[in-house]
Design a protein around this ligand. Sequence first.
Ligand code: MN
Length: 425
Amino acid sequence: MSLFLRYAAISDRGVVRQGNQDSVFAGSHFIAVADGMGGMAAGDLASAIVINTVARLDVPPPSDSVVDELADAVADANRAIRRCVADDPQKEGMGTTLTALWFDGEWFNLVHIGDSRAYRMREGGFEQVTVDDTYVQMLVDEGRITAEEAERHPQRSLLLRALGASEVEPAFQTIKGVAGDRLLLCSDGLSGPVSDADIARTLQTSASPQEAAESLVQQALDAGAPDNVTVLVADVVEEHPGEQRQIIGGAAADQRLAESDTAVLRAIREDGEEPEGDATVNLRADGAESGKKKKKKGGRVWRTVLSCLIVLVLAAGAGAYWVRTQYFLGVSDAGNISVYRGLPFEVAGLRAAWLEMESERPASEATDDVEADLKDGIRVDGRSGAESELDELIDPAAGNENLDPLCSVSDTEAVPTASKDCRDD
Ligand code: MN
């Protein structure tokens, strides 16, 4: 039996910090929390890059290569951060945690690096699923300090591992989902100031993921919230929870980044090629935005910002090379059933899709269900998969059930929508 996730997520700047360097993503198949680190706005960029990169996994996971794909996504994210640092040595030290779960309706595939945490409440039993990659956790593991001492240890936030390092070894594990489970992903801005006992009680007593998330964030704020607080609560349920929007929060949803991304993305699209060089030129040529940025460094700062944004866009599209291997069927601006390359959904407000093939058949002629699916985008397997799916959808002779009855395919203008009763011949 396939199970579902019912989720809620909140990312709050907290009481003390100027900005939010945490990022969060929640979707039907994939949930993730990242806690960025590094000054000069590097931490929020790091967590945003990672969340936007791994958000591509919010699709049903493949049965055979799930760990490989999870590892690939994490490696891509790490490369994107490294590239950002290489372009701007001031960002040295920029990094992020990542705790993420990819759900196939039965099993959770978990990837974890850093000190964000996953907890599970099952039948009243509360358990931390992840092990912190921290210095104090190592001391606890070695029996040199107790878990209680670790909570007050001055070095408690010192990480042994994070994304952004030259070598990254995330931990993978697989956890079976059971209906009634309540999962919590959070940054240390929650697990620091709020005790495990209070977290457990809140998960136990809250009626919904939303109520639990709100209550947990409020408790962190009440405790002074010295750090950014990010909370994601997901219930494993038997009944389909209905339509749920993807949630992107924290730095990954930062409007400044999103707006700049759109410009960069447009440049990439018009260019149609590897974005790095020309996208930079295009974007700088339009000048308005770059002119406002610090002029005194002769565009150097802006270039650096831009190169990181391009990385972010690449990440948002999950790497141009990856995006361009993805296909889906959708509806063209003219309303026709079409093949697109890219991703059928927005990531951080970005759309990374290129029209590949446009048929002459209006999507409105498909059955209501198919039309709705087309509007959401129907993911297909590569270009050949896209072509055969398209053929099936636009060929009424195939006797398929996807289309409303219709007389003619090619001459769409000549077909009055009223005459739909001629398919029998
Ligand atoms: Mn933190």
